[in-house]
Design a binder for this molecule. Structure first.
Ligand code: ADP
Ligand code: NI
Length: 218
């Protein structure tokens, strides 16, 4: 099968899988990550085929809703590609990328990613910062019924991955516990360049938020 046909069929499959999602892992997140990952791949001269497949398939099952288990989505993705007779080593690489790219409190930073994995992880992380990142965090927090902000609950440092995943912190604390850390975890020069403005936007947003919260602007 042609690579372009495999990608078209993968897009169709992902659309079916994500149609119902309202948690911030919606189809539009996938479209943005797919486009951005392909841009980074082009700039960094990384094979766009594996990048495209991993970008499209990386969120078909969210580990936050499978009890912290990323293998469900990774296996589904690999099985789907095997079913299209995609070469075994590509199915395996896509599976490893999906297992490896999630943030999970920064606890899985030791996993070794392939060049394609690094590109997809960078694109995924860029979509968690900037104006879109703010919107996704607020959407996710609302969906999960989290408190928006409470000055009495300071940002936390989590000792274990389970503590990170089960935390009941506020949505604004999520900026300090995850979003502001992402800039320094990026692998590619291209992503670091794009991150500068998006990271600054987070800082500006927080500053304005806290200024209004404390009534310091009137
Ligand atoms: P990853 O797949 O890298 O672990 P997540 O699935 O945790 O990332 O996050 C998906 C989206 O939901 C991101 O935009 C992220 O910032 C947001 N999100 C995750 N956890 C929280 C939280 N506790 N509060 C607000 N937003 C969150
Ligand atoms: Ni994602």
């Amino acid at each position: 099968m042609e690579q372009s046909t495999i990608i078209a069929l993968t897009k169709k499959y992902v659309r079916q899988m994500l149609e119902q999602d309202r948690t911030g892992h919606d189809l539009h997140h996938i479209k943005r990550v797919y486009r951005l990952a392909n841009y980074i791949a082009e700039q960094e001269k990384v094979d766009p085929f594996v990048v495209s497949l991993a970008a499209l398939l990386h969120d078909i099952k969210d580990h936050k809703f499978t009890g912290g288990d990323s293998t469900v989505g990774a296996n589904l993705a690999a099985d789907f590609l095997s079913g299209l007779n995609v070469p075994e080593e590509i199915c395996r690489e896509v599976r490893e990328i999906i297992l490896g790219i999630s943030f999970k409190g920064g606890f899985n930073k030791d996993v070794s990613l392939t060049p394609a994995g690094k590109v997809v992880q960078d694109a995924d992380r860029l979509d968690a910062i900037g104006a879109i990142g703010v919107a996704r965090a607020l959407t996710y927090g609302g969906y999960m019924g989290r408190i928006l902000y409470d000055p009495m609950i300071p940002p936390q440092t989590y000792e274990t991955i389970d503590a990170y995943l089960s935390n009941e912190s506020t949505t604004i604390n999520h900026f300090y516990e995850k979003l502001l850390k992402l800039k320094n975890t990026l692998h590619t020069k291209t992503a670091r360049r794009i991150a500068v403005k998006r990271h600054q936007f987070l800082l500006d947003y927080l500053q304005q938020f806290l200024t209004e919260w404390e009534g310091l602007d009137y």
